[in-house]
Design a protein around this ligand. Structure first.
Ligand code: PEP
Ligand code: MG
Length: 325
């Protein structure tokens, strides 16, 4: 079956009635690009940049970062590469950065919150990203946005960096797209407001589930409460997609849910524009998309949005998937 799926590598992720979706890969290091391309990724939907900062005793230099981002952009050869700014904190600490001990690190000083405080560190990363954008199709993405306020603050810093580069005549993509992860419920609920000030959304279902359902995503004991099929999650996802389309921007998803075969038809039906996942899942998801019509997916999504429990939705999804593949 896997061999057969390999044939799909160069076929588009197109429904039977001709609607195309974008299938992209999540990567953690520049070396992962090869696997992404081998599996037919049409872009990188999430490049986690933490690897540059971890397992070392000092900040990565602008040059080191520039080389890593440029490498990926060039290898992807014009295909979109969405690079997420540093998402440290929570369970991930840096020995060379003063980070407080916290009672609830996942509700604490992490990601964009930390970057807005550590301005020089943030500016170094943004400068490296902008410079690399001259060599490919880079998009910048901020993690852990809870409201439009952080978007404005981060963009103000980005503009400062752009002005500094302009003053020195350093090249970068002047039309670079800037988007945000939607992974905190407050951002999902206020997506209509945020959509007016960004170029795209990417839904991070790993954290969105954790925060919406109040379930630690690492805690085995309560894993039964961690249900992406929960109607609360699906309603938030629908709200985010609808809000983005109203403003003429796109919504991607880069959490684990995007690579789960049981959710593909629902997400397609809700109008998700881009699915980003671990590269090895791409052929399976593409196979599903190529075997369903957008119209049927919309009907199915509408039907499950009327159901009341995660188990009902999961069972209906399983049945539907068996029928089409
Ligand atoms: C997410 O939260 O869904 C996500 C993609 O980010 P991470 O798993 O890196 O927190
Ligand atoms: Mg996250």
């Amino acid at each position: 079956k896997v061999e057969k799926l390999k044939e799909f590598k160069d076929l588009p992720a197109m429904t039977t009635d001709g609607e195309k979706s974008m299938l992209a890969a999540n990567i953690g290091t520049p070396n992962d690009v090869e696997g992404a391309l081998k599996n037919g990724a049409e872009g990188i939907g999430l490049f986690r940049t933490e690897f540059l900062y971890m397992n070392r005793n000092n900040f990565p230099t602008e040059e080191e970062q520039f080389e890593a981002y440029k490498y990926v952009a060039e290898k992807m050869n014009g295909k979109p590469v969405t690079i997420r700014t540093l998402d440290i904190g929570g369970d991930k600490k840096l020995p060379y950065l003063n980070m407080p001990d916290e009672m609830n690190p996942f509700l604490g000083y992490r990601a964009i919150r930390l970057c807005l405080d550590e301005k020089e560190m943030f500016k170094t990363q943004l400068r490296a990203l902008l410079r690399a954008s001259a060599y490919g199709n880079i998009l910048i993405m901020y993690p852990m946005i809870s409201s439009v306020v952080e978007v404005r603050k981060a963009n103000a810093i980005l503009n400062e960096v752009k002005e500094e580069l302009d003053a020195k005549d350093i090249k970068y993509d002047k039309n670079i797209k800037v988007g945000v992860m939607i992974e905190i419920p407050s951002a999902a609920v206020t997506a209509d407001i945020i959509a007016k000030e960004v170029d795209f959304f990417s839904i991070g279902t790993n954290d969105l589930c954790q925060y919406t359902l109040a379930v630690d995503r690492m805690n085995e004991k309560i894993k039964d409460y961690y249900k992406p099929f929960n109607l609360a999650i699906l309603r938030l996802i629908k709200n985010v997609i609808d809000a983005s389309h109203k403003e003429g921007i796109f919504t991607a998803m880069c959490g684990e849910m995007a690579g789960d075969p049981l959710t593909t038809v629902i997400l397609l039906g809700l109008g998700l524009d881009e699915f980003s996942m671990s590269a090895s899942s791409i052929p399976t998801i593409k196979n599903i998309i190529r075997n369903v019509s957008k119209k049927k997916a919309q009907e199915f999504a509408k039907m499950v949005m009327e159901m009341s429990t995660p188990d009902e939705i999961e069972e209906a999804s399983r049945k539907f998937l068996n029928e089409i593949t």
